[in-house]
Design a protein around this ligand. Structure first.
Ligand SMILES: C[S@@+](CC[C@H](N)C(=O)[O-])C[C@H]1O[C@@H](n2cnc3c(N)ncnc32)[C@H](O)[C@@H]1O
Length: 205
């Protein structure tokens, strides 16, 4: 990976976490319990928000630059955090290992979200939960048009981040039952990344 992806983008990510996003992160992880796995942990921006119901966090992230920052952010977690350099599309964990899997602003970026969700289902315990917070394709046709127009450039700036993914459908198609979901606009974000879904899902039976 180049200088931008390994150094500049992680630096930008660490510095662009406004209070509105921190509140979103806090809400998204608040139902996490037990052994948790966070996919595409980035700079570790969520570590500080994990509730005390989580006993340990495993965090997987392929980018060296992100992992360097996540290592530092571990000190903000109230529980042990194990960082694994790896790929969310091929999780190096046994089936049924985790009580909670967290996907925050990662199913927008990961090249194969379907495979990632299939792996997520595999590593979750049968009664485990997937917690998600993702910016997705907007409901308004005008915003969707702009998302489509800007996406090719955005993907370069955001190291693979897509603006037009229908992540809710992907979660359902991967064999999850969505148990709670809120869909809304972030008030302070640009509209192209402002429509988010936050919720939880369990493996469909
Ligand atoms: C927009 S950042 C979000 C980071 C973090 N989840 C957060 O809430 O701030 C997307 C992250 O997905 C990671 N990513 C990209 N491809 C991935 C993959 N194949 N497996 C796991 N993570 C990946 C990127 O390196 C980056 O850290």
């Amino acid at each position: 990976m180049g200088l931008y992806a390994e150094r500049i983008f992680p630096w930008l990510m660490e510095r662009s976490d406004p209070d509105e996003l921190k509140a979103e992160r806090y809400a998204a992880v608040s139902d996490a319990t037990g052994e948790a796995l966070e996919i595409g942990v980035g700079t570790g921006a969520n570590f500080a928000h994990y509730p005390s119901t989580v006993t340990a966090v495993t965090a997987i992230e392929p980018s060296r630059g992100m992992n360097t920052r996540a290592r530092r952010a571990r000190a903000q977690a109230a529980m042990p955090v194990r960082l694994v350099a790896g790929n969310g599309q091929s999780l190096p964990f046994a089936s049924g290992s985790f009580d909670t899997v967290l996907a925050l602003f990662v199913l927008c970026t990961i090249p194969d979200p379907e495979q990632t969700l299939s792996e997520t289902r595999r590593v979750l315990k049968p009664d485990g939960s997937l917690l998600f917070l993702e910016h997705v394709s907007a409901p308004e046709p005008g915003v969707r048009r702009w998302q489509r127009r800007i996406e090719p450039v955005w993907k370069r700036i955001g190291c693979g981040c897509h603006l037009t993914r229908d992540t809710e459908s992907k979660i359902a198609d991967a064999g999850f039952e969505v148990t709670s979901i809120d869909r809304y606009w972030l008030t302070k974000a640009p509209r192209i990344v402002g429509w988010v879904i936050r919720g939880s899902a369990r493996v469909a039976t």
